[in-house]
Design a protein around this ligand. Structure first.
Ligand SMILES: [Zn+2]
Length: 437
């Protein structure tokens, strides 16, 4: 049994039953946390195969990115400062139509490497060529929740369902349960109710959870009201989609009735503050959702609308924009932002035994350096993590008990090769896009 000891660290467990932080040791056995203690004499150091000096680290649960499109990092900085509809129709979709499976693989690799270096231990993806994203996830060691994105349009409908079923058969539960599959209907507004009915049938058959974009823009909600006579939230509810475990990404434009539905159906919300701000979509009513007991995780969305995959930045944005929008600085405090970034995120994705540091839980652990100018002095580690830390402070990342980042260096991935492959593929796509005009 392989054992790793992280010793003399400042530990933030995010476990309700523990103090907010304390100094101590963590013993990891294989993929699981065996012991956490502030009485180091309780752990026999000789039992550890590997000892990590944590005296300069803030140790916390790995961050859980609950919404994204990893391969879109290949389009980072290609189309900016546009509203969602124009951004998709004139820039993103034409390039995406030319993507090959290797582009998706290297785009996903680029994202995974960036996410690991920024302390993300679980990511969620909705895209196509998802078997290649699963491969990249398997090779890198990151925890992944993957969906074959399904638009539900006639020309590709059968292939979308076929790919989804293949993905489930090949990858759900693979790699010691590190890779999971969800169903990924894009939204209430693209595919229509017959398509969503078929998604309902597949969810009934497989028992798998669903992720979907919901109430992202005012246009989406107004369009649904004029065409269907109800909001997109009410439409999903009517079809029965919300009777399953669902993660709804964005949830910016919600009426009181919509919030009632989300609370009643126990829908998990993925809050993507950076993407919503950048696309001018608006600010999600997070305080109202949390007050109703709705669980909210954080997500980056794709890098083409963010433009990075930095979950520490999303924590900070989530806290700041809710305070600004409500004109109340007590709203989304540091601890709430941290809970959204790890345990609540893990919870809405249905990941058991991840999201907090606790014996018996998965060893998904990150460490941030704390001997930094911008983290000095250290009055409150939770406030530092949300309001002062940066992705570059992350120096240690462990997923499922395996070290993926040590002293800030990737252990399972070749960073230079990933940068080179992603750059030349992005260049080829954008040049091909110009030639097609
Ligand atoms: Zn999205």
């Amino acid at each position: 049994m392989n054992k790793t000891l992280i010793k003399d660290a400042l530990i933030i467990t995010l476990d309700y039953n523990q103090p907010d932080y304390f100094y101590g040791d963590i013993l990891v056995c294989e993929d699981t946390i065996e012991k956490i203690t502030n009485h180091p004499e309780e752990i026999d150091k000789k039992r550890a195969d590997q000892v990590i000096d944590g005296s300069n680290l803030m140790i916390m649960p790995g961050l859980v990115n609950t919404h994204g499109h990893a391969a879109m990092s290949i389009l980072r900085g290609y189309a900016d400062d546009l509203p969602l509809k124009k951004w998709l129709e004139t820039k993103i979709w034409p390039i995406e139509a030319m993507l090959e499976s290797d582009d998706v693989y290297w785009g996903a690799m680029l994202s995974i490497a960036e996410m690991i270096k920024g302390g993300t231990t679980t990511f969620t993806d909705m895209y196509y060529y998802m078997d290649r994203v699963a491969e990249a996830s398997a090779e890198s060691g990151i925890r992944a929740v993957l969906s074959r994105g399904m638009l539900g349009l006639d020309f590709d409908l059968e292939k979308e369902f076929e790919d989804t079923e293949t993905l489930i058969n090949d990858w759900h539960g693979a790699k010691n349960g590190r890779i999971k599959v969800m169903l990924g209907p894009h939204s209430a507004y693209v595919g229509g109710s017959d398509f969503l009915g078929r998604v309902y049938d597949l969810a009934s058959e497989t028992g798998l959870p669903i992720q979907v974009h919901l109430a992202e823009t005012r246009d989406e909600v107004d369009g649904c009201r004029s065409e269907q006579g109800c909001s997109s939230t009410a439409m999903l509810s009517k079809i029965g989609i919300l009777d399953f475990k669902v993660v709804a990404a964005h949830c910016v434009h919600l009426s009181d009735d919509d919030i009632d539905i989300l609370a009643d159906k126990k829908v998990g919300v993925s809050h993507n503050p950076g993407s919503n701000l950048k696309l001018g979509s608006g600010i999600a009513p997070i305080k109202r959702l949390l007050d109703r007991g709705i669980k909210v995780g954080l997500g980056t969305d794709g890098a083409a609308s963010n433009n990075n995959l930095d979950m520490i930045e999303e924590m900070r944005l989530a806290a700041l924009i809710s305070k600004g929008a409500t004109m109340d600085p007590t709203v989304v405090n540091a601890k709430t932002a941290l809970l959204m970034a790890a345990p609540m995120g893990a919870d809405i994705l249905g990941l058991e035994e991840t999201g907090i540091l606790k014996p018996g839980y998965k060893a998904d652990i990150i460490g941030l350096r704390r001997n930094r100018l911008h983290l000095t002095p250290l009055h409150d580690p939770l406030a530092h993590l949300v309001y002062a830390s940066a992705a570059a402070d992350v120096s240690l990342v462990m997923v499922d008990g395996r070290l993926l980042l040590e002293d800030g260096a990737l252990k399972t991935l070749d960073e230079e090769k990933i940068r080179a492959e992603a750059s030349h593929r992005a260049e080829r796509l954008v040049n091909a896009g110009k030639d097609n005009k």
